[in-house]
Structure formats: C-alpha cells, structure tokens
Design a protein. Structure first.
Length: 181
C-alpha cells in the first residue's frame, strides 16, 4: 500500500520541511527610497574618494615643484663649496708682503692643484688631446691649419685646453690642425 506520509503524523518530518519552505520564500524587493539611499551613500563615498585622491595628487605636484625649485637654487652649492679653499689660498698669498719668487711659485702651484681637484670633484674635466689625435669638431675648435708631418685633420698642438662638464662641452679646446698633404 502506498501511503503518502502525513507531516502531522511525524513531527520530525514537519520540522525538516519547515526550513525549506521558509528559505524558498523570496526576500522582499527594496523600495525605491532604499535604493535611492544606497545609491546616494555610494555617490558620497565615491565623491569623498575622488576628493582625497585629488588632494593627494595636488600635494604630490606641489612637493615635486618645491624639490625642483630647491635643486635649481642650490645646484651650485657643492661646486661653490669646493672653490672656497682656492679663494682662501689666493687671499693668503696676497696678504704676504715680501714673498720671494720661489714662495709665489710654490703657492701658485698649490692653488692650481686645489682648483684642479675642485673641478674634477665636480665632474669638470679637461679636453687636452695629444698630438696626432683626429680632429673632433664637437670637442675641438681649429684656430689654424698648418703643414705638419702627420696625418691630415689631426691635432698638431693645443693652444688652450677645453673643458667638459658631465660629458657636455663647456668650452672646446683651441687647436691647430695638420693641413692635407
């Protein structure tokens, strides 16, 4: 005999069937006012995030501008600081009233060494090509072309040293160049 179980007859079966019925009931749809309030809250949150991001970007831009301004303003500070001993040496030399030629020569050489060291520390390097070096118009300035017993378009003599600063020509070397044969 096929009997359909009666939930009322079995209390455990009725309790097990009840949660399914409760879970199967659809949740009530949010009202338009609730949807509007949720969207307004999201808008307020997004607007707040936007304003914070905008303020952070503005602060970053302002800090970067200040750093660039300070870098420009104090760029020569290290260079000037390395030249101060050279100035001190020259002033000390002028303060000596009865210096001998030997003393003047010795002081001048010491001051030149100080100046050369200061320039090297600040990446100012001399352009002093040896004789026979191929003429480079980017680093050399030809003053004259002279007949010489070497290849044409090569440096014969350096009349004045040139200088580089960080691989950029500050002043080209003044040179004489060998004439074509």
């Amino acid at each position: 005999m096929n009997e359909t179980p009666n939930p009322a007859a079995h209390p455990d079966a009725a309790a097990a069937a009840a949660p399914e019925t409760q879970a199967a009931a659809p949740a009530p749809a949010p009202t338009l006012e609730e949807q509007l309030a949720a969207l307004q809250a999201k808008l307020t949150e997004a607007n707040d995030s936007f304003l914070r991001a905008k303020a952070e970007a503005e602060n970053t831009r302002r800090r970067a501008e200040e750093e660039v301004s300070k870098a420009r303003k104090f760029a020569v500070e290290a260079f000037a600081e390395s030249l101060l001993p050279v100035k001190d040496s020259l002033e000390a030399a002028l303060a000596i009233q009865n210096a001998t030629n030997e003393q003047l020569l010795e002081g001048t050489n010491a001051t030149l060494r100080q100046l050369s060291a200061a320039l090297e520390r600040n990446k100012v390097l001399a352009i002093n090509p040896p004789a026979g070096t191929k003429f480079d118009p980017h680093q050399h300035q030809a003053i004259s072309v002279v007949p010489a017993e070497q290849d044409a378009n090569t440096v014969v003599t350096v009349l004045q040293r040139g200088y580089l600063i960080a691989d950029r020509v500050l002043r080209p070397a003044l040179v004489t160049v060998a004439a074509p044969k």
